[in-house]
Design a protein around this ligand. Structure first.
Ligand code: AMP
Ligand code: ZN
Length: 111
């Protein structure tokens, strides 16, 4: 059994509110939403972060972004922020690559 939280969600060992499920990508609502739409989009295969994923499988990185677009459309958002934290200092707490899809309210400037 893996101790990776998002691998465990992918494997169905932990519950999640799934909004999109494809061959290689799963999207589910963030447990602590920071906006009316706050979904995390993950590959079903484990990579620690977006840089590692893009180096290993750039097409899968593209699938994550495309999935984020579908999630936005499902929630009726024509404007979303896609965020991916790379490394603890940047705020990454779950070391399984994910895109945050944030929308439904005015989002401030970064920084
Ligand atoms: P990050 O801090 O960028 O690594 O993002 C991790 C995200 O995962 C945070 O926004 C958490 O709220 C979210 N999260 C943690 N546990 C769960 C869970 N069981 N289901 C859904 N989202 C989660
Ligand atoms: Zn994982």
């Amino acid at each position: 059994m893996t101790d990776c939280l998002f691998c465990r969600i992918v494997q169905g060992e932990l519950p999640a509110t799934v909004v999109l499920d494809t061959d290689r990508v799963l999207a589910f609502r963030d447990i602590s939403p920071q906006a009316p739409t706050h979904v995390v989009v993950v590959p079903k295969t484990h990579y620690d972060n977006a840089v590692e994923l893009a180096a290993a499988d750039p097409a899968l990185m593209g699938e994550l972004v495309a999935a984020a677009g579908q999630v936005a459309e499902t929630d009726g958002r024509d404007s979303v922020r896609l965020v991916t934290n790379v490394g603890a200092e940047a705020g990454q707490t779950v070391f399984h690559v994910h895109l945050h899809v944030l929308g439904g309210r005015a989002l401030g400037r970064l920084g």
